[in-house]
Design a protein around this ligand. Structure first.
Ligand code: HEM
Length: 244
């Protein structure tokens, strides 16, 4: 099949690739800062970024190019089982877009990303109780497990297909027949995505979005509410003080 044809064809458009690596970086950063009070503002910023990226991906799953669309990788459980069997037998079926097992991981990651981000936001604003904080940690840990399985799956599939799938997520190109190629990189949509993330980070670091971090806290602190102390929330200020 397509494995026999050795053309280099474009499979992942630019927005999908940028989404992927920004999501991976945001998740890694949010994970690394999750236990730190000093970097708590950075943790919150990366959580918002993760939610924003997933919101973009939900739109792109309907409006993106062929392999980015959800309908291209909405496989039935039976197809997932069939694919895993072919994988175990050492002869995995070749897919240009997401394979059925990979697709399952993608949907889990998107779902867990939303659950982790929303529960984090609610916990941070002290909406909900202790159980929500625990749910936030649980979702984040479940996401870490799925990320681990996802990366292992990418490594195993890359070896079995003799094709570097991680590189394909960077360059956009895979091996396949000319009919399989997408014909647009969608550079403008990618630029808008990057500009939105960069703009958000820029505003955040310049203190223009403090209401997302401390606005409600100030209000609550003034009337003796139960929020964490404002200074505690303003990781940036803490950091400055520590650096002095
Ligand atoms: C070094 C780390 C990683 C590598 C090498 C990697 C590699 C890949 C590759 C090769 C694909 C395409 C899979 C396919 O061909 O079907 C993919 C898709 C995906 N990965 Fe990763 N990944 C990494 C980390 C992560 C992390 C940390 C997350 C989430 C927090 C993540 C979430 C996703 C998602 C959501 C997709 C689907 C992309 C889309 O269709 O928009 N990945 N990854």
């Amino acid at each position: 099949m397509s494995e026999l044809i050795q053309n280099r064809i474009l499979v992942w458009d630019l927005p999908t690739r940028w989404f992927h690596w920004l999501l991976a970086a945001s998740f890694a950063g949010a994970w690394l800062t999750s236990e730190s009070e000093r970097y708590s503002a950075l943790h919150v910023m990366l959580g918002y970024t993760l939610l924003g990226l997933i919101a973009f991906r939900l739109v792109w799953g309907l409006a993106g190019t062929r392999y980015a669309r959800f309908k291209d990788f909405a496989y039935s459980p039976a197809r997932v089982v069939q694919y895993v069997k072919s994988l175990v037998a050492g002869k995995p079926e070749h897919y240009l877009g997401h394979n059925p097992a990979g697709a399952l991981a993608v949907f889990l990651l998107l779902g867990l990303g939303i659950a982790t981000g929303v529960s984090g936001w609610l916990t941070y604003n002290e909406i909900g109780g202790e159980w929500l904080e625990e749910a936030h940690e649980l979702f984040a840990n479940a996401m870490l497990v799925v990320v681990g399985v996802h990366i292992a799956g990418v490594v195993v599939s890359s070896f079995l297909h003799r094709e570097n799938l991680a590189r394909a997520m960077v360059t956009g190109y895979k091996q396949g027949g000319p009919d399989g190629s997408i014909n647009k990189k969608r550079g403008i949509a990618a630029l808008l995505l990057i500009a939105a993330v960069a703009g958000f980070w820029g505003l955040w670091f310049n203190g223009k979005l403090d209401s997302l971090v401390s606005g409600q806290a100030s209000a609550q602190t003034e009337d003796g509410g139960g929020h964490r102390d404002e200074e505690d929330r303003r990781g940036r200020k803490d950091r400055h003080d520590d650096d002095d």
